[in-house]
Design a protein around this ligand. Structure first.
Ligand code: C5P
Length: 222
């Protein structure tokens, strides 16, 4: 049986780091689902499409493959603030979400590592992975933190990567993204009813990882 773990929550709450820690510890594959929306947003930008052009976004989403998504991830704009903003705009279109759902769900049927080796479990990270993508996941986490703490983390990440950043702008973008992600009509970001919620404002990533492992170990005993 494939073990499915979902980690949802707002931008820069620590989902990615937690997912990588858990994937290393348990030797499970990892699917960062924000990538599918980042790929569509970036492709729109590269094709010179207006982000309000829902038909073009849908076509791009329908034709997106796992391989092309990973190619696009090499582009410096994929992880930039602009990339996050564009992803959040196209992700609000219900048809785009529907077109990208199967690709995300299929991964759990035969999860693989980057080199193609099969894995016994999968860790999803995103906004709706415990509610929409894998409502039957074995363990669900929802990771959050104050907007200020998350903006500070994102700001430092940009600087570490040698990218230009302004804290106030990053904070405004974090808040704008939260607003869009939480209030869109389709699959708004919210914890699943059976999710375990961690607020990482005052917890470091090792403490969060430890707590998450306790939950997973307990689940595996049963
Ligand atoms: O997690 P990341 O910052 O890469 O996500 C980029 C954007 O993609 C988010 O702001 C959100 O709008 C969208 N997203 C989503 N559902 C997911 C993952 C990401 O709507 N499962």
């Amino acid at each position: 049986m494939i073990m499915i773990i979902t980690i949802d929550g707002p931008a820069a709450a620590g989902k990615g780091t937690l997912a990588k820690n858990l994937s290393q510890k348990y030797n499970y594959a990892y699917f960062d689902t924000g990538m599918v929306y980042r790929a569509v947003g970036l492709e729109m930008y590269l094709q010179g499409k207006d982000l309000s052009d829902q038909d073009s976004a849908l076509k791009i989403a329908q034709n997106l493959t796992f391989e092309h998504m990973h190619e696009l991830a090499q582009n410096p704009d994929f992880r930039s603030a602009l990339g996050g903003k564009n992803a959040s705009i196209v992700s609000a279109y219900p048809e785009v979400r529907a077109a990208l759902l199967k690709m995300q769900q299929d991964f759990a049927t035969a999860p693989v590592f980057a080199d193609g080796t099969p894995a016994q479990g999968v860790i999803y990270d995103g906004r709706d992975t415990g509610t929409v993508v894998c409502p039957h996941a074995d363990v669900k986490f929802f990771i959050t933190a104050s907007a200020e703490v998350r903006a500070e983390r994102r700001y430092k990440e940009f600087l570490q990567k040698g990218m230009k950043a302004d804290y106030e702008e990053v904070l405004a973008e974090v808040k704008a993204r939260d607003e869009r992600d939480a209030n869109r009509a389709t699959a708004p970001m919210k914890p699943a009813a059976d999710a375990i919620i961690f607020d990482t404002s005052n917890l470091n990533i090792n403490e969060v990882t430890e707590k998450a492992c306790e939950v997973i170990d307990e689940k595996q005993k049963r």
